[in-house]
Design a protein around this ligand. Structure first.
Ligand code: HEC
Length: 155
């Protein structure tokens, strides 16, 4: 019985720790609403299709970097929330989706970082906002609740 109480308390502690918002929590993260049509252009401009497959956006004129293109959209094993979608674009190595072993080997460099190109030096913040607005509906992710200004004052 004692063990059971201990066990339950430990589980409870973990649950409580997971619920509290520490300084590293993504709570409060909010981008302004973007323009989907412009985002589509950004997607093509940066030639994301040279590594990615997105339904309806095949481009055979591009030289492909992988034999099996990394699929975007749908139910990805990694991208579950809007914040994770943004993270996967600006910080690709943050969390690599554990995919099929045969693909995984080619998707990471020797040091374990993602082979995804980092666009942070070239992409503007506005382009990122539009790009993510374009990609988000393609994923089955929890959409962002945009910050309605004034909300912060109550926190
Ligand atoms: C040089 C190849 C390359 C290019 C170019 C590239 N990516 Fe990636 N991308 C990757 C790889 C590799 C991964 C990691 C795949 C994995 O293990 O999940 C990835 C992952 C992602 C993910 C998370 C995948 C998921 O759904 O789980 C998103 C979103 C993404 N890329 C968006 C983009 C966008 C948008 C562009 C264009 C601005 C782009 N990528 C350009 C290689 C690339």
């Amino acid at each position: 019985m004692k063990t059971l109480i201990w066990f339950t308390s430990i589980i409870l502690l973990f649950v409580m720790a997971a619920c509290s918002y520490g300084p590293d929590s993504p709570k409060g993260f909010s981008l302004p609403e973007g323009d989907i049509a412009k985002g589509e252009k950004v997607f093509m401009q940066y030639k994301c299709q040279s590594c990615h497959a997105l339904k309806g956006y095949e481009d055979n004129s591009l030289i492909k970097e992988f034999d099996t293109l990394v699929p975007l959209g749908g139910t990805s094993s990694m991208v579950k929330t809007y914040a994770q979608l943004v993270t996967s674009v600006i910080n690709p190595s943050h969390k690599l989706a554990p995919r099929n072993k045969s693909i995984e080997e080619k998707l990471t460099n020797e040091d374990g970082t993602s082979k995804m190109r980092v666009f942070n030096d070239v992409m503007t913040v506005q382009e990122l906002i539009d790009l993510v607005s374009f990609l988000q509906p393609k994923y089955e992710v929890k959409p962002i609740t945009y910050t309605h200004y004034g909300q912060y004052r109550m926190l």
